[in-house]
Write a protein that binds this ligand. Structure first.
Ligand SMILES: *Cc1c(COP(=O)(O)O)cnc(C)c1O
Length: 230
């Protein structure tokens, strides 16, 4: 498993997908999802030029962050419990998985203590899957409006995880729907709310997501190899 080579391949594929969709490859940022991988893998990826990493679990993130010497940027992408927000306050530069008002209030409260503001994406559960987090599409606008008045939190866009399909093209309608929802929210002109980021696409389907407008792709196993749960 060569992390540097894998990263190079992923960047080629990102560029190809972006250009095929008439997009600037630089408009797509790669979030290297390092969950379940050791800190040494994060360091290796950073040395190979990857600055941005995504983690799903609070405890794993805080342990790993303290053992990675390089100045990496962290995003939190997993389901987040309100009582754990304090452990990642100031540590992550973005939360992709904001999905309810009570969580947003706690994020604002904890970042406020630091005198900083947290960038968030609102996670949308487009398929309405019971096993997945995310706000329902028809409650999105109400949630964004409620969140927008919180002082230490900035809504920057949306995130989704479609149902799992073997065929990446089957995920396309979910990506297209997230883009449509972001345009709906964006057109409301809610003060302080930006719809610049679309976090969608993983190892199996990031090229399709880029064709549909992804600005952040969250790729784990295609960089680090199959996950192991040590
Ligand atoms: C694990 C995970 C990813 C990366 O998945 P891969 O299939 O390994 O690329 C992306 N997003 C979230 C929310 C994840 O939990």
């Amino acid at each position: 498993m060569n992390i540097a080579e894998n990263l190079e391949q992923i960047h080629k594929r990102i560029a190809r997908a972006a250009m095929a969709a008439d997009r600037d490859p630089a408009s797509v940022r790669l979030v290297a999802v390092s969950k379940t991988r050791p800190a040494a893998d994060v360091s290796a990826a950073f040395q190979a030029g990857q600055p941005l990493f995504g983690e799903n679990y609070v405890q794993e993130l805080s342990l790993k962050a303290s053992s990675v010497a390089e100045p990496v940027e962290w995003h939190f992408i997993g389901h987040l419990q309100s009582n754990k927000v304090k452990y990642i306050a100031g540590l992550v530069s973005m939360i992709h998985s904001l999905d309810r008002l009570s969580l947003a209030e706690e994020v604002s409260r904890q970042w406020g203590k630091l005198g900083k503001s947290c960038d968030v994406l609102v996670q949308v559960n487009i398929a309405g899957e019971k096993t997945k987090s995310g706000t329902a599409a028809d409650e999105l606008l109400l949630l964004v409006r409620a969140i927008s008045s919180l002082p230490y939190l900035k809504v920057r866009g949306l995130m989704t995880m479609p149902p799992f399909f073997d065929d990446p093209d089957a995920a396309r309608p979910y990506f297209a729907e997230l883009k449509r929802l972001s345009q709906v929210v964006g057109s409301e002109g809610i003060p302080g709310v930006e719809m610049k980021e679309l976090s969608m696409g993983m190892s199996g389907d990031f090229e399709v997501a880029i064709q549909e407008g992804a600005t952040l792709v969250r790729v784990g196993s295609a960089i680090f190899g199959d996950r192991y749960y040590g």
